[in-house]
Structure formats: structure tokens, C-alpha cells
Design a protein around this ligand. Structure first.
Ligand code: PNW
Length: 471
């Protein structure tokens, strides 16, 4: 089943970053320890029927109490970077800087110090979906009040941690925040309005990101010398029939509405024309007097344009566009939306290079899940990493995409949002029914570690090496 693809030999640039990723709500637990405030995910997961099996993040992987153990896992993986997030309500319980929870701040200092002591650079996401509930009560991402609160929160984090953290990611996956949180309502805060509110939420997310970037740029960059950007997620859309114009158009439209929704304002300036035109036409046809897509003022367009130091990318899967479907030959995973399609990764990286000004690209997530009975022999994950990373190598070596680093999702099995603990993306297995939450390496751990240690896939013809992975 997991037949080895032909791969390109070759290694990545010397200073390539190799990492692994997690997020606060998915691993920390300690949901009301030491003065932490409530987040929208605390409320959502405690509402019966919202998360599969009513799982929640109250304890999660208990990482709040297992710092030493988790640092040990990272050392075992030999990664140079760790992508983590800070829980906004853990440091600012009501979302504002009027009320600082120093115990929460201390916790993140301990995490960051332990990483630095292990020579692992932290890449810190300011917002990975756990909005303080107190801000949701004032409208959350649907209200532009959140833009000011996010700017103040960002300023606070830079002032406290900026001398230690050189890689910042403002917001993880605005697409999912807006669409699943405020459109479909399948993620917190569970707002169901597939008509237009996701566009309002997305609009505020973009403005909030831009404000945080400007604070860093104006106030901290000169002294702290870090890099800051946003992480966007995108599938790759392949025309189902590459010779049929309708399918080619559908694939391009898919990219404009998915990646382009957020990438255009930040990397090009303003929403892209097809999105503006199509949403306006449909809105007017539905009898509305204006487009459901909000407009940026010319001043806002300029303030948002260029607010990036790199292109943070989360990528998992591809689709065939005409209407959107997956190719039936693509292997399945533990998530219904994720089919294994390595080639789309290469094409997406090239597309970003061509469409968005050849930015340095930091892959901030990429990975695969399983569900059902536990099997530590996760061949499908090794297969996934080998082939996706090899396609990334081709994008880098052959297509000239400037990929500067790669981050696997995820360090360990954790709360997979509304899918609960049954859908597992971890390199390490976590037994969530055992009070100790023990971590056990799956077979993909030595597999990924070999790729990291060897910086890719060195050619045996260039000299003997121990970089050949069994599959
Ligand atoms: C990303 N979908 O989310 C997140 O950044 C991670 O926190 C998450 O665990 C990971 O991918 C795996 O899912 C997504 O339904 C969640 O299409 C859902 C979807 C996509 C990405």
C-alpha cells in the first residue's frame, strides 16, 4: 500500500529549519490553573454535542505539568525549532492588559527557557484559536474591538518575551477561524451563519494581524531583530480534467477563495478581483444592496499590504476542482478531509512563489492522522513525511521556491478540535485514558529524525551515509 515513490536525492540549504508543532489548547490542559481565564474553546468543548465524544482540553496532554518530558521528546526528534502557541487567556484572563496573570507569563518563560537551554529555537504563535471568552462576549472576531485588543496583547507579548523569541506568528489559519468558527459553526465559538459573517470575521482577523505586525516593526524590530508573519492554510486545487477550461477555472477560483482570501490583502494589497466580483454578483442576485465581502479603505489596504517577513504555510491535502472532490487513488487518513497527495505540495509552493512575490516560505504545519485502534507502527505517516518532504525538496531545488523551514504537525497526539482525541496526528502516541498521559514514540519518530539529521535525502553517490530510511 505504501509503495515508495521515486524520490529526488538532495539536501536542503545549510541553515534550513527543522521543527515540529503544537498549540496551547490542544496540549496544555490546566484549563483553570493559576488564574487562567476561560477561552472560547473551554466554553465550546463544555457544551454537550460540540466535540466528538464530548472530549475537551481540560487536561489534554497535561503539557502544563510535563515540561521536562516534552523537552525530552523534542531532543529525541533532533529538531532545531519548536512551534508552540501562547494561550491568550492564560496570560490575560479577560483578554485585556488591565489584568495580567503573572503565573501564566511565568509558565511560558519556563517553556521558552527550557527550549533555549536545549538549543531549540521557539517559534511562537500568538493566536491559535483560544480567544478569551470575555472578548467573545463583546462580539469576538465579528467586532472590530478585537483589533485593538489583539494589538495590545501582541505588544504585551513582544515586551515580555521578545528578547528570547525571534520567530513570531501572529495568527494561525484565519480561514479556519473565520469559516469554521463564524460561518459553519463547527468550531468555537460555534457561530452559524454561512451567509456573510465569516467574511466579517476574516476582515477583522486581517486587520488584527496587520496591527500586530506594525507594533513589532515600529517598536521592537530594531532591538529584538526577530521575524514576524502570519500562517495561512491552503489545500492545492488541481483541475480534474487538465484539458478542460471549466476545470482549470474552477481550480484557480478555489485557490483565490482559499489561499487568496488572506494572501492577497497581505502579500499583494486588497482582496483579489475574482473574489470581490463573484461575491458582489451573488450578493446582489440574492437581493442584498451591497457585497457580503466587506471593503477595505484605501488607507487600510496600504496598512495591511506588506505586513509579512515570510510566508507561513500550513498544508495537508489536495482536491480536484470542477466541483471539489478528491482523487480516488489518493490514500486516506484518519481525517475525512485529508487525502494523501504529495504532488500538490510542490505545486502549491511554486504557486506561492509565482503569485506572492517569491517570499521566503516557512512551512508551519504538515502532517497526517489516523483513527481507530492504536498502532504504533504508523507506516502511513512515514510514507506521508517522506513523500511530502521530497516534493518540497523538488519545489526548492528544481522550481526555485524559497522554502526556509519545515514544521511537522504534530509533536504528539492531542485534542484534534471538534474531532476530539480519536483523530491522531502525533509523532508520539499519547494515551489519553491514562492519568499520566504517557508519550510513546511511533515508528515515524526515528523516520522523521533521520530526515532532519540528514537535512533531506543525501545522494549515496556523493559519499557513504546513514540516511537511508526503511519503509
Ligand atoms: C490545522 N479542516 O487545523 C490546525 O492548525 C491544527 O491545530 C490542527 O490540529 C491541524 O491542522 C490538523 O487538523 C485544521 O477541517 C483543522 O479542513 C481542520 C481543517 C483543516 C485544518
Amino acid at each position: 500500500r505504501f509503495q515508495r515513490h521515486k524520490y529526488h536525492y538532495g539536501t536542503f540549504p545549510q541553515d534550513f529549519l527543522w521543527g515540529v508543532s503544537s498549540s496551547a489548547y490542544q496540549i496544555e490542559g490546566a484549563w483553570r490553573a493559576d488564574g487562567k481565564g476561560m477561552s472560547i474553546w473551554d466554553k465550546f468543548s463544555h457544551t454537550p454535542g460540540k466535540v466528538l465524544h464530548n472530549d475537551n482540553g481540560d487536561i489534554a496532554c497535561d503539557s502544563y505539568n510535563k515540561l521536562e518530558i516534552d523537552i525530552g521528546l523534542l531532543k529525541q526528534l533532533k529538531v532545531t525549532h519548536y512551534r508552540m502557541s501562547i494561550s491568550w487567556p492564560r496570560v490575560l484572563p479577560d483578554g485585556t492588559t488591565n489584568n495580567i496573570n503573572e503565573a501564566g507569563v511565568d509558565y511560558y518563560h519556563r517553556v521558552i527557557d527550557a527550549l533555549l537551554a536545549a538549543n531549540i529555537q521557539p517559534q511562537v504563535t500568538l493566536y491559535h484559536w483560544d480567544l478569551p471568552q470575555a472578548l467573545e462576549d463583546q462580539g469576538g472576531w465579528l467586532s472590530d474591538m478585537v483589533v485593538d485588543r489583539f494589538r495590545e496583547y501582541a505588544d504585551f507579548l513582544f515586551s515580555r518575551f521578545g528578547h528570547k523569541v525571534k520567530f513570531w506568528i501572529t495568527i494561525n489559519e484565519p480561514y479556519i477561524i473565520a469559516l469554521l468558527g463564524y460561518g459553519y459553526g463547527s468550531f468555537a465559538p460555534g457561530n452559524h451563519d454561512p451567509g456573510s459573517l465569516h467574511y466579517v470575521a476574516g476582515h477583522n482577523v486581517i486587520k488584527a494581524h496587520a496591527e500586530a505586525w506594525h507594533v513589532y516593526n515600529d517598536k521592537y524590530r530594531a532591538e529584538q531583530k526577530g521575524r514576524i508573519s502570519i500562517t495561512l492554510n491552503s489545500d492545492w486545487a488541481e483541475p480534474r480534467n487538465p484539458y478542460k477550461q471549466e476545470d482549470i477555472d474552477a481550480a484557480k477560483r478555489y485557490m483565490d477563495f482559499f489561499l487568496g482570501w488572506f494572501a492577497n490583502p497581505i502579500f499583494v494589497g486588497d482582496y483579489n478581483e475574482p473574489m470581490k466580483r463573484i461575491i458582489r454578483e451573488r450578493s446582489l442576485a440574492n437581493g442584498l444592496d451591497k457585497s457580503r465581502l466587506p471593503e477595505f479603505t484605501p488607507a487600510e489596504i496600504e496598512r495591511i499590504r506588506g505586513t509579512h517577513d515570510f510566508f507561513g504555510l500550513n498544508h495537508y491535502t489536495s482536491v480536484l476542482a470542477f466541483m471539489v472532490i478528491s482523487d480516488r487513488t489518493w490514500l486516506e487518513s484518519g481525517s475525512n478531509w485529508l487525502k494523501i497527495a504529495p504532488l500538490g505540495f510542490r505545486k502549491l509552493l511554486k504557486y506561492i512563489k509565482d503569485e506572492y512575490g517569491d517570499p521566503p516560505i516557512l512551512v508551519t504545519e504538515n502532517g497526517v492522522s489516523e483513527n481507530g485502534p492504536v498502532d504504533l507502527n504508523d507506516e502511513h505517516r512515514s510514507y506521508f513525511y517522506e513523500n511530502y518532504i521530497n516534493e518540497m525538496l523538488k519545489a526548492n531545488m528544481t522550481d526555485g521556491a524559497n522554502v526556509i523551514g519545515y514544521t511537522a504537525w504534530s509533536l504528539m497526539d492531542n485534542l484534534e478540535w471538534a474531532s476530539g482525541y480519536g483523530e491522531r496526528f502525533g509523532l508520539f502516541y499519547v494515551n489519553h485514558t491514562n492519568a499520566d498521559r504517557p508519550r510513546t514514540p511511533k515508528t515515524s519518530v526515528p523516520f522523521y529524525t533521520t530526515i532532519v539529521r540528514c537535512n533531506g535525502f543525501p545522494n549515496p553517490a556523493d559519499g557513504p551515509h546513514d540516511c537511508t530510511n526503511p519503509l
